[in-house]
Design a protein around this ligand. Structure first.
Ligand SMILES: *Cc1c(COP(=O)(O)O)cnc(C)c1O
Length: 359
């Protein structure tokens, strides 16, 4: 572990020794009482983090499994409004169409937030079953105003709100029940700093009612199956038990630190990166007030050779940042401060950036 290349890309990110040790716990049967006890033990902690009284489900898939599932379970004949402002949210529109749904695009420029007024105007056209929103668009470092958008969606009865918090979950409070979110989902390898392969989600009673009407739920991602099994502290199929041990360990870490302290730590570390950006004459890709606190997407306004820089960082400092997602490759670069980072570790990353930054 000591000499590996450290990841400051926005996922997967660094996994702690403690998490890895938990991941390597000997297996238990997934229908055993030991497994049920493990599930039951983590459930209250998960509900607290989700801000919900509903069950939190564990899906052995990456986040996309649940992102697709939410479309198949909740869109039952009406339209789905896909809010798009970057690579992941754009893809969700494509996925909705591939699921055979009538998808409507609400597009903002990459890097610009989704604004509540725009959501309201689209929903006013009528006929929608659901809205998809990515809270923190990891590809651009843009954070859309979730509470305001949720308040708008609430004005339209029967329209369910599906929110992806893959890169923001546990970096700030996202109270699902209070905001009226119908499906809240996240993945393991980003903000939670675990190995990839697990997705976590919760559903409102309205979302389960809707799912019960869907004829297109399939089996593996059937929300009703998740609910039935979760009632008995189990999952529909054999889960990645290693991930659940790792999750228990991670929840302990969060409890020890305190969720509020964790949120403040993310703000602080993100602020250190922001200071570095300003100090070096770079610009932010997302506008002020709409920037992620878990990663920074930097506009390459100085026209440096980002790919060469990252090669040097990797070779000389054994760490990598990201060189820009998709069409933003080379035009931006991204630095993650998610997970278990500290002032010391982020300070070391910034010092490495300083030592290698091309002039
Ligand atoms: C990474 C990411 C995803 C996709 O996650 P997978 O684990 O690859 O399925 C979805 N949404 C956001 C916001 C992401 O950052």
């Amino acid at each position: 572990m000591a000499n590996h290349i450290k990841l400051y890309i926005p996922g997967p990110i660094e996994v702690s020794e403690k998490t890895f040790r938990a991941f390597c716990t000997p297996m238990i049967g997934h229908r055993s009482n030991d497994f049920k006890a493990l599930s039951a033990e983590i459930q209250p902690k998960l509900r607290a983090l989700f801000g919900t009284e509903q069950r939190v489900y564990l899906s052995t898939s990456s986040a996309w499994g649940v992102m697709e599932a939410a479309i198949r379970n909740l869109v039952v004949g009406g339209k789905v409004l896909n809010c798009m402002c970057g690579a992941f949210s754009d893809k969700w529109f494509d996925v909705s169409q591939r699921c055979g749904k009538e998808a409507v695009a609400l597009k903002a420029e990459w890097g610009q937030p989704i604004l509540p007024e725009a959501v309201e105007a689209k929903l006013a056209e009528g006929g929608f079953d659901a809205v998809t929103l990515i809270h923190n668009e990891t590809s651009c470092g843009v954070r859309s105003p979730l509470a305001e958008i949720a308040a708008v969606v609430k004005k339209f009865p029967g329209v369910l709100l599906i929110v992806d918090t893959v890169s923001s979950f546990s970096t700030e409070a996202i109270p699902m029940d209070k905001l009226g979110i119908d499906v809240l989902l996240t993945g393991s390898q980003k903000a939670l700093a675990m190995p990839p392969g697990l997705a976590l989600f919760s559903t409102s009673p309205a979302a389960l009612e809707r799912a019960a009407q869907s004829k297109d739920r399939g089996y593996y991602f059937d929300f009703i199956e998740f609910e039935k099994n979760a009632e008995q502290d189990m999952t529909p199929s054999t889960p990645s038990i290693a991930h659940i041990f790792a999750l228990r360990s991670k929840l302990e870490d969060i409890e020890t630190e305190g969720a509020e302290n964790r949120y403040l730590r993310h703000i602080k570390l993100n602020g250190m990166v922001a200071d570095w950006v300003r100090r070096n004459g770079f610009e932010f890709f997302a506008p002020e007030g709409y920037r992620s606190v878990s990663l920074t997407c930097v506009a390459n306004n100085k026209g440096i050779d980002v790919a060469e820089w990252i090669k040097r960082l990797k070779k000389e400092h054994s760490l990598v940042i990201d060189g820009g997602y998709g069409k933003l490759k080379g035009k931006t670069f991204r630095i993650s401060n998610m997970g278990d980072e500290t002032e010391e570790s982020i300070g070391a990353v910034l010092a490495a950036l300083d030592a290698t930054l091309p002039v």
